[in-house]
Ligand binder design. Structure first.
Ligand code: ZN
Ligand code: ZN
Ligand code: ZN
Length: 147
């Protein structure tokens, strides 16, 4: 689990990126990002709607979908897909690293902080003549409970 300070930093950085892209920080955009950053978890659109209502700062369904689309387009958040159901959204940090392991049976998600694909990225940049600015690394398997 990340520390609260990390969540705050991620949140403020996400707002900065929104502004830098030329978008206003509306109440819905701020509240939605706050929810995603605070939980540090994968959330579906329904989760976001429920959490906003619980916090007494409801966001309308259409507004949630529009905002999720916009933030995805800007690369601030990304959808991930678990075993079944609606996509889960995560906030991508500015260094562009997100990595986790997913159990294919129960969809349990284990977030991992360490990442050692830097060398591979360097090689790929040269080979394909592209600057790589981020990555979403997903490993999947079967957890002990599901064996
Ligand atoms: Zn994850
Ligand atoms: Zn499992
Ligand atoms: Zn990484």
């Amino acid at each position: 689990m990340s520390k609260p300070a990390d969540h705050q930093q991620l949140f403020e950085n996400a707002l900065d990126r929104l502004r830098t892209s030329g978008y206003k920080v509306t109440a819905a955009r701020r509240d939605l990002l706050k929810i995603l950053c605070q939980t540090g978890d994968h959330l579906t659109s329904t989760d976001v709607i429920e959490k906003a209502a619980q916090a007494k700062r409801p966001i309308g369904r259409a507004s949630v979908f529009r905002t999720l689309d916009l933030l995805t387009e800007l690369g601030i958040i990304r959808p991930t897909y678990l075993h079944r159901g609606a996509p889960n959204y995560i906030v991508m940090p500015e260094n562009g690293h997100h990595a986790h392991i997913i159990c294919r049976d129960c969809s349990q998600v284990i977030e991992i902080n360490e990442c050692s694909i830097d060398e591979m990225i360097d090689a790929l940049e040269v080979r394909h003549n592209i600057e790589i600015t981020g990555h979403l690394l997903e490993l999947y398997g079967k957890c002990k409970d599901c064996e």
